[in-house]
Design a protein around this ligand. Structure first.
Ligand code: ZN
Length: 153
């Protein structure tokens, strides 16, 4: 079917701004022309979209908070670290083989229970902190001694 209705006429009809006589002709055409009905629905939908208030834009902070919440909700649960460790676990944690672990086992903040040696994770970390301070002190002392050594002829 040849369409006698233009886009502008459809737009005017859709917004109710068509003169009455022409409006009646367009209505008759729309009743028989599926293509024009489709175009008119599209025009009406576009008009409604343009008339709608602008979409709300979330702030960057809101986007960040939402993405963090999603990440938290979808993240696998963190493995539970036992507060009490076996010597084997301490060795693995410190990346020491059994022989190396034997060398330092006497210095570990360990305790005995039911014939087993155990280490409290918190105490192990304190012990590591202490060793770090000792190591730092020793290496700083060495550095301080070196310039003095250079100054001495
Ligand atoms: Zn048509």
């Amino acid at each position: 079917m040849a369409c006698s209705v233009t886009y502008d006429e459809l737009a005017a009809y859709a917004s109710g701004e068509c003169e009455a006589g022409r409006g009646a002709e367009i209505a008759r055409h729309l009743a028989v022309c599926e293509a024009c009905r489709g175009r008119m629905h599209a025009i009406a939908a576009a008009d409604r979209a343009l008339a709608a208030p602008p979409r709300w834009e979330p702030s960057a902070g809101a986007v960040l908070a939402a993405s963090r919440a999603i990440a938290r909700a979808t993240a696998p649960p963190a493995p539970i670290e036992p507060g009490i460790m076996t010597l084997e676990e301490v060795g693995r944690h410190l990346r020491l083989n059994p022989e190396q672990l034997d060398e330092i086992v006497e210095t570990l903040p360990a305790f005995e229970i039911a014939g087993q040696v155990r280490v409290r994770r918190q105490k192990l970390y304190e012990w590591i902190d202490q060793r770090e301070r000792m190591f730092r002190g020793a290496s700083m002392g060495a550095r301080e001694r070196d310039p003095a050594a250079l100054d001495t002829p």
